[in-house]
Design a protein around this ligand. Structure first.
Ligand code: ATP
Ligand code: MG
Length: 499
């Protein structure tokens, strides 16, 4: 992140030291600087209108021309000043949602319950327009709070200054004014941006109590931007982290996705563990990862997160189903072993362990069904990789979830999960070769597998943590089944690969 910081410094410094003529035309007269704000005129900062998306620019201009205040704010200003491409554009205005809607008519949609916003759509781009929010006494009086102080509903409008005070981090409270292209800085956010420092506006503990998700946002911005959390920002997490339990589990799922599927999964994970937030989100998993013998479980997670970051970097798709399959895998193993120790048959133990894990997660990070189902399929297919006789490998290849399940098998192999089980050690490699081989090659591989007699009853393959017992019984295959392995019928079905 040194390079990013250096870049930031250079961008900001050069803008401040070498004022340039405004390349964007004549400026209008600057409005009065709001109380408590530092105004950075256009020639002293590097954010140019040309960097702003056309949709956001259209929203800003339309609001301005209609006589309203219109500012670009939040992550877009922050990211543009850092030389990064913003994920989305947020606009703050004094226009009420209904006024905004009228200006953009068919393109606009009112959304939200906690706070009404307007989404203005231009093709695939959605610009979020929020009316300035109020704070302080008026918000105290009119916002609805839970017993712990969490704000449940706060449809309170306010001034620009109040709006700035309601934002979370100083670097997120910079306002780009379309009227004169200056930036308004209410909380010394520019200095923090330059220093790579994540500082809370107001008292961190109080701000976490109002909205515990801000703790996850702190971790996310620190991970994504390579910023240092201010000592107070980090210290206030410990006394507040259990407040995450009060947050609706669907919102926690959304935040988890932003933490793990947007290219900074590894650093997010490290920070979540360091701050204890990981334990609040995934208590079962946190316990498993702490165990001294959970070496391969930790490694599997590390590889999964590294692989995810790599895919995001390369612009490849990433799916929550695979991520959660990897995240919860070791907790699943621990639970399954626990149930097997109570003499539950392997397949029953697996199904029950998965169901229990999902049930437990419903109260924390709820995984929606559309991701939970494929996640379970990835798990359910794992035992099938050990069965390499007859038509089974072909049937598995043709399974719609084969690719994800196979990638998962490779993760397990790479993590060292099979290290104490030589008969499984080469399973991932065998399947890699099987996909690439022609029909003769496949026959040979199946013959090799038959010779290895790769523990056909092994339910999921073992996990060293918690000392999984291998089943002592090793049934020998019946000759009739062996005879079927390299049959002619297999040749015909050899095109079922999804690889
Ligand atoms: P990114 O879009 O890159 O994830 P962002 O900072 O734009 O980052 P958003 O969730 O889009 O994050 O929110 C836009 C802005 O709204 C933030 O920059 C911040 O000023 C404010 N904001 C969002 N969520 C909160 C919150 N929970 N508490 C206080 N302010 C918030
Ligand atoms: Mg944003």
């Amino acid at each position: 992140m040194v390079s990013l910081k250096r870049f930031t410094d250079e961008v900001l410094q050069s803008a401040i030291e070498t004022p340039q003529p405004d390349p964007e035309g004549t400026m209008v007269v600057a409005p009065a600087v709001p109380v408590g704000a530092r105004r950075i005129p256009r020639e002293e900062h590097c954010l140019s209108r040309r960097q702003i998306s056309s949709g956001a620019l259209q929203v800003l201009n339309t609001l301005h021309q209609a006589g309203h205040q219109a500012y670009l704010v939040g992550g877009s200003v922050r990211d543009l000043l850092l030389g990064r491409e913003p994920k989305d554009y947020d606009v703050a205005t004094d226009a009420r949602p209904e006024q905004v809607r009228k200006l953009f008519r068919r393109n606009a949609r009112l959304i939200g319950r906690r706070f009404i916003l307007v989404h203005v759509q231009f093709g695939p781009e959605i610009v979020e327009v929020a009316t300035f929010r109020g704070q302080g006494e008026s918000a105290e009086e009119t916002s609805e709070r839970s017993a712990s102080g969490r704000i449940l509903a706060d449809n309170v409008y306010g001034s620009l200054e109040e709006d700035a005070g309601r934002r979370d981090f100083t670097a997120n409270a910079l306002y780009y004014n379309i009227a004169d292209r200056s930036i308004l800085d209410f909380a010394d956010g520019l200095t923090d941006l330059q220093a790579g420092r994540l500082r809370m506006i107001g008292d961190p503990e109080q701000r976490y109590r109002e909205d515990p998700v801000r703790m996850l946002r702190a971790v996310r911005f620190a991970a994504k931007l390579g910023f240092q959390m201010d000592a107070a920002v980090e210290a206030a997490i410990a006394p507040c982290r259990d407040l995450l339990l009060e947050v609706p589990s669907a919102r926690l799922f959304e935040e988890t996705i932003k933490l793990f599927l947007t290219g900074h999964a590894q650093s997010s994970f490290d920070l979540l563990r360091r701050t204890g937030l990981f334990a609040a989100l995934f208590p079962q998993l946190d316990r498993v990862l702490d165990a001294a013998d959970a070496e391969s479980a930790r490694e599997l997670l590390r590889l999964a997160l590294e692989g995810t970051d790599q895919r995001v970097l390369l612009g490849k798709s990433v799916t929550p189903a695979f991520l959660f399959a990897a995240l919860l895998w070791s907790a699943l193993q621990a639970q399954r072993q626990h149930l097997e120790a109570q003499d539950k048959p392997a397949n029953v133990a697996l199904q029950q362990a998965a169901a229990e894990l999902l049930e437990e997660s419903r109260g924390r990070v709820a995984i929606p069904r559309r991701f939970a189902l494929p996640m379970r399929e990835i798990w359910d297919l794992q035992p099938r990789f050990t069965r390499r006789g007859g038509r089974r490998p072909y049937a598995l290849l043709a399974h719609p979830r084969f690719r994800a399940a196979f990638d998962f098998l490779l993760l397990r192999q790479q993590s060292g999960e099979f290290v104490d089980h030589p008969e499984l050690a080469g399973l991932g490699t065998w399947w890699t070769e099987f996909q690439e081989a022609d029909s003769e090659g496949r026959k040979a591989l199946m013959e090799q597998a038959r010779r290895e007699d790769a523990a056909p009853e092994a339910p999921l393959g073992p996990l060293p943590s918690n000392g999984l017992r291998r089943r002592p019984r090793r049934r020998r295959r019946k000759p009739s089944r062996l005879a079927r392995v390299p049959s002619a019928a297999d040749d015909a079905s050899g095109n079922g690969t999804t690889g």
